[in-house]
Write a protein that binds this ligand. Sequence first.
Ligand SMILES: [Zn+2]
Length: 475
Amino acid sequence: MSHVGHDEGKRPVLTAHPLQRVGAYALAFLGGAHTPEHLVPSAFDDAVGVLTDDAVRAALVRDTKHDQGFWLKASMSFFPNSKMNHPSNAKKDKEEIRTTVRSWRTCPEPGAWPEAACVLCGRAAVGFYGKKDVPLAESDVYRNTTPRGHQGLALCWPCLCCFYALPYGCRLTGGPSIALHSWDERFMARTVSRRVERSRQFIALGTADPRGGSDRETIALRALRDHDDRLTAGVELLVFSNNNRGQTLEIQSMDQPLAEWLRLSARLPARRRGFRALLRAHARPDRPGIVGLARNAFRSTELIAGACARYLTRHLDRGVIRSDSADLAELCFSLVIEVMRMNLNEIDEIRAAGGQVAAWLTAENSAGKLREFNATLKEPKRMRHWLMRRNLDALLDSRISTEGPLITEEQFRLLFDPEVEQAWFHRQLLVVSVVQRLHEQGFRPADRAEIAAELAAEEQDQPEDLVFASDEKES
Ligand SMILES: [Zn+2]
């Protein structure tokens, strides 16, 4: 094998493998560098030394159920049956364990290197490696080519060490691990470095992160919030386990426009107030809004817009416009424009229609009329009929100073034409803009108290139910 430059053989390079990339950044940070290309050879050796020392310390605990057995337990999900957590360690003495773990984590002598190139970076491979060194080496998703007769992948020493460093760049749970990946290198440097700092503490202590229950998707949302620069790529959430009981890999992706919108929503002052309302819109009695938002963010952008619309209309049947309505409505429109890339002219038309409806409702000054409008939301036919009726009323009523019809032909087309694919979504946006305008106009209908009393009466428990409930208590 030709001689590889001394430096070249000790520098992790970024490849196309997401987990290798997470590991490369983790290794760089362990060596005090911000990026893999800034890791100098001596620092590379130091970083690998940290990995080895931690592995030895964990192996000496021997028992995963021990107080300090967390890293040993977590290692089973990365390097099952390796020298670090091999069942035979229970019978070995300390010195034997130290020696075997250290030799496992030592670069093979050049004489023993195969005539093969690293499958990830093309440099000289130092051996063939399988599942116990490389998480998911045999996974269906990241299937790698294995030469006939060999038990694994040809890897160079730095790429192999990236996999040894991978756990430091992951959220360790003891079970499946969570890694955040992006092709945005600045985001990777920032996010992985923060993660390494935390993981090192738990690996050193041998104890689990006390925030163990934290939801996997919120990890991505937090990382986005913490990032200072504009994102140039989307983010992927990888949840994986290399455990002997079964390899698993789940990948969730968020596209760049949504990732960037979420980042800005938490940072731009004008959007921060709306963001609080966005969380309220996603909250459930048994689940914080941040979890609902994070899940929707990985599933579909439309789910976020839908949650906003539901929240804004939740109290319309009471004739009440919530105080955070305008902020949330504005945030919702920014989502529709920046992430869903809806046609701006169409959005302007819908907002104009919403403004007209709001002006009409304000002129009527009636919570009852707002309830009426709200009741049409679920049935396009009724809404269409209601709007046409108002159109006629407006034309006939001299009190209302709207110029032209309430809703134009083009607006009707956008809202109800079966040929318009997004008509149902346009109707949601119409309601969002109606609520936004009503809030801006300080809508406080004269009959609000009356409607509220009416609703309270409707919500009163039935006498039979009350009796039944008290019987229940006695039994
Ligand atoms: Zn390599």
